[in-house]
Write a protein that binds this ligand. Sequence first.
Ligand code: ATP
Ligand code: MG
Length: 356
Amino acid sequence: MKTYRIASIPGDGIGPEVIGAGLDVLDALARRDGGFALDVKAFDYGSDYYRRHGVMMPDGALERLKAFDAIYFGAVGAPDIADHVTLWGLRLAICQGFDQYANVRPTRVLRGLDSPLRACAPADLDWVIVRENSEGEYAGQGGRSHRGHAEEVATEVAIFTRAGVARIMRFAFALAASRPRRHLTVVTKSNAQRHGMVLWDEVAAETARDFPEVTWDKMLVDAMTVRMVHAPASIDTVVATNLHADILSDLAAALAGSIGIAPTANVNPERNYPSMFEPIHGSAFDITGKGIANPVGAFWTASQMLEHLGEADAARRLMAAVERVTAAGIRTRDLGGDATTAEVTAAVIDAIEGGN
Ligand code: ATP
Ligand code: MG
């Protein structure tokens, strides 16, 4: 039997609530399956750790995390600590430290759920957004001069390297090639941003030559938001920069029903380092501690993690159990229901134990 070593970092806000639920579901799945086991170690990195130690995670944390097969991550962010401190101190430090340059965000309308789009049958919305996760607008480059003075200037420099664009483009074309519709939309803003975004267009055209089986098109990010609302069925796989895909994937999650259901994989495709799996939602302090957080995002995330580990059957069974529960109308408040986190979790565990 294979045993996978999982580092769990529940983090802040509703992170521990949904990751706890996800681990219970994974546990039920491993027991039922019998073909694999998970050896989970929890790390208390996050905002509480910061309040005690002045850093989000200790020196040497990456070295410790490196020994794991995957990282199961909740959320970071707290009302009393600047967002850029929590984000850079933990999540981005792991993404960059482990070269997790491909951020993969599937979205579809789960059984029983509705898209808020009037003109959208559930089958019309089945997308994967690939987000460049290592450079671009979130490269952290720039600065401020004349701080506090009327003439203050702040620059936020987006960095795009040919190597960085080429590797995400190749990843996205290969992913599109593996999906039934084999279509990729390359999103940029190359009409207004004439350096990095034009490099994206050029590298896309070059990469496309190696994937003749994939049809592809280009779209400006503003027009893409309109297309997502008006023509969802025309979209399949999407690749976009760090900033653009961040925004598009929140929109995608909302169009599929709720930000509470969508997962993310931060992947190091070469597998030199562990990849990290997290729901796309944040710490959501407005609902923390109320027991109403939607755990479905954490479950879908767990399914993505199993697939990455090579347990594709278990990954499918997990999503089948989740969709039996959404189809039965057992939903949290963000999806219009009144079930608690614990009730949804118990129902998914029942569905797993009932076999599927
Ligand atoms: P971040 O700053 O990381 O984006 P956030 O605290 O702004 O985090 P988001 O995840 O962006 O939170 O979510 C915005 C709102 O959506 C939350 O305040 C919450 O009301 C709702 N929400 C997010 N995740 C969930 C969830 N899992 N279940 C239910 N509601 C959620
Ligand atoms: Mg937010």
